[in-house]
Design a binder for this molecule. Sequence first.
Ligand code: UT7
Length: 334
Amino acid sequence: MKRAVIVGVYGHVPDYVLTNKELEQLVATSDQWITTRTGIQERRILKEANAATSSMAIKAVEGLLQKTATDPTDIDLLVCATITPDVVTPATANIIAHAVGATNAFSYDLQAACSGFLYALDAAAQYIVTGRVKKAIVVGADKMSAITNYSDRATCILFGDGAGAVLVTARDEAEGHGIVDTLCKADGAGQDLLYVQAGGSRCPASYETVRAQAHYIYQQGQSVFKVAVTFMAQSVLEIMKRNELTAEAIAYLVPHQANKRILQLVAERTMIPMEKVMLNVHKFGNTTAATIPLCLWDYEQNLKKGDKLVLTTFGGGFTWGAMYMIWGYDAASQ
Ligand code: UT7
């Protein structure tokens, strides 16, 4: 039997740093409120004219290919998780694959909001395990500033732009590395609590939709907060139970980064100490599909071959889940 294993990770965030102090100039908020309620201190914003989600994703994938000495024509599949595609069609994944020279890859976008990366990694892993695909790239990328209303203090403090990418290949299960188990969940009952109203087929873009600010992301923060804590903790506990994993055995919890308080509560409920929780929400905010690969990129040097990681996520839809993987390489010695 084969297992899909991550053999490289790379990320890209824009240079522009949007601080809490700058947000104080835009809306009625304060650095203190944002820091204590969310843990976010700053986020990166893509400012260049005509720059899109693919602009960041291409840099992440180019860095990944270079770092892993991979010929782009050896890539069989490229999946891009995003809710902010460059255009409605074609897929941002097609744009990325073309730009990096992945001419033998089939490529598509996957939309599962903040759970997009976990869902996309799971999808790519299935292709790898069956042998249909030898090398896959999974990208999580979002230009959240494109759908953020900078006059709404309830949302504009939360989001940032960024992209992360991983290279996935197959290894024999006997080697003891790779993705062991995945739990993907969804419930459309949450559709009215976190959404973008206009721009789709139900409510296409018009003068009225723009005037009504209906192209921006909206969420009922408190309700989403509670469900996020409950479902992230539940899915981590379920994946721990069915793989007989103790909190001590886990090297890192790799959670979607929406709010530091959510992560503290998930850590408490799963009895995983905060020192083992990957955190970068303070510097990047919520980058939607990019949070998990950006965390892996940030912490890569700390990861050792054989480390047991549990990824977990929650996002619009609702969508959520968890994944148990055994890390496959020592970045520090590469
Ligand atoms: O990634 C996808 C999943 N998304 C999430 O997981 C996000 C989940 N939600 C959250 O992270 C939090 O709910 C927020 C950070 C969005 C909001 O924090 P909260 O502690 O739930 O605040 P709240 O919405 O209950 O608002 C508390 C108060 C309100 O004032 P009153 O009614 O008590 O007078 C808000 O109007 O804080 C006020 N408020 C603000 N004050 C200063 C809301 N936003 C701000 C702000 N600055 N930016």
